[in-house]
Design a protein around this ligand. Structure first.
Ligand SMILES: Nc1ncnc2c1ncn2[C@@H]1O[C@H](COP(=O)(O)OP(=O)(O)OP(=O)(O)O)[C@@H](O)[C@H]1O
Ligand SMILES: [Mg+2]
Length: 226
């Protein structure tokens, strides 16, 4: 599903955020990316959804070199990837329902189908009762669950998240991770950059350790100490 070959990312200011990394993630895998601040985790995540392009090397998603996409191909490519951020990025003037349905409106899905799909994902994240609330009326965990619902409403085959529990307490973080587990069990590949080592160790999933802009360890399953 995701293959990176000898990928280097050098930002305009000369900083090398990733230095010649190669990694392969299979369809339906659940993978954590961990490592110290500044190691290159967010850069790795951004390369996957083509927010940024590598300076050298190839990023292959579903057999296609995404660096070579034509401009008009990018929206279609992104539609198949759900992206979740630490700071949720919800639209403050739209309700929970509208924040999620918005994604489907651009794809010209019929209204009835939009409603069905939005309530489906709201139920999955346990937020049906908050459909009409505005983001500022929600707790941090509820906002993050809304952002997750928005990311998965298109049924993407790949879900990537950058520090999705960074602003949440341990109990809420565990609930969020359970939702990711459920998304993965339903067939999506899940890649999460995270600092929450306690929770990562409990999850017992493949964990890639990025340190000094390189892949230091790739642990198939189980506890990691860094
Ligand atoms: N847009 C940018 N322009 C220049 N340098 C950048 C940019 N984004 C990140 N960097 C640098 O690249 C390196 C890797 O950054 P990155 O954001 O990938 O780290 P990270 O592992 O996600 O860290 P954190 O745990 O703090 O989120 C850092 O040295 C950072 O300062
Ligand atoms: Mg980061």
């Amino acid at each position: 599903m995701i293959k990176m070959f000898n990928v280097t990312k050098r930002y305009e200011n000369g900083i090398i955020a990733l230095d010649n990394i190669s990694v392969s993630i299979d369809k339906e895998e659940f993978v954590f990316i961990v490592g110290p601040s500044g190691a290159g985790k967010s850069t790795l995540i951004k390369l996957i959804y083509r927010e940024i392009l590598p300076t050298m090397g190839q990023v292959i998603i579903n057999g296609r070199n995404i660096n070579r996409f034509k401009k008009k191909e990018i929206p279609y490519f992104r539609r198949n990837i759900g992206v979740i951020f630490q700071d949720f990025r919800l639209i403050e003037t739209k309700t929970v329902f509208e924040n999620i349905s918005f994604t489907l409106e651009v794809t010209e899905t019929p209204t009835k189908e939009i409603k069905r799909r939005v309530y489906n994902v709201l139920e999955m994240v346990g937020l049906t009762h908050k459909a009409d609330a505005l983001p500022l009326q929600l707790s941090g965990g509820e906002q993050q669950r809304t952002a997750i619902a928005r990311a998965i409403v298109n049924n993407p085959s790949l879900v990537v998240a950058d520090e999705p529990t960074g602003n949440l307490d341990p109990k809420t973080s565990r609930q969020i991770m359970d939702i990711f587990k459920e998304i993965n069990m339903r067939g999506a590949t899940v890649v999460i950059a995270s600092h929450a080592l306690d929770i990562i160790n409990e999850m017992n999933k493949r964990t890639i350790v990025v340190e000094n802009h390189r892949i230091k360890k790739d642990i198939k399953k189980g506890a990691v100490c860094i």
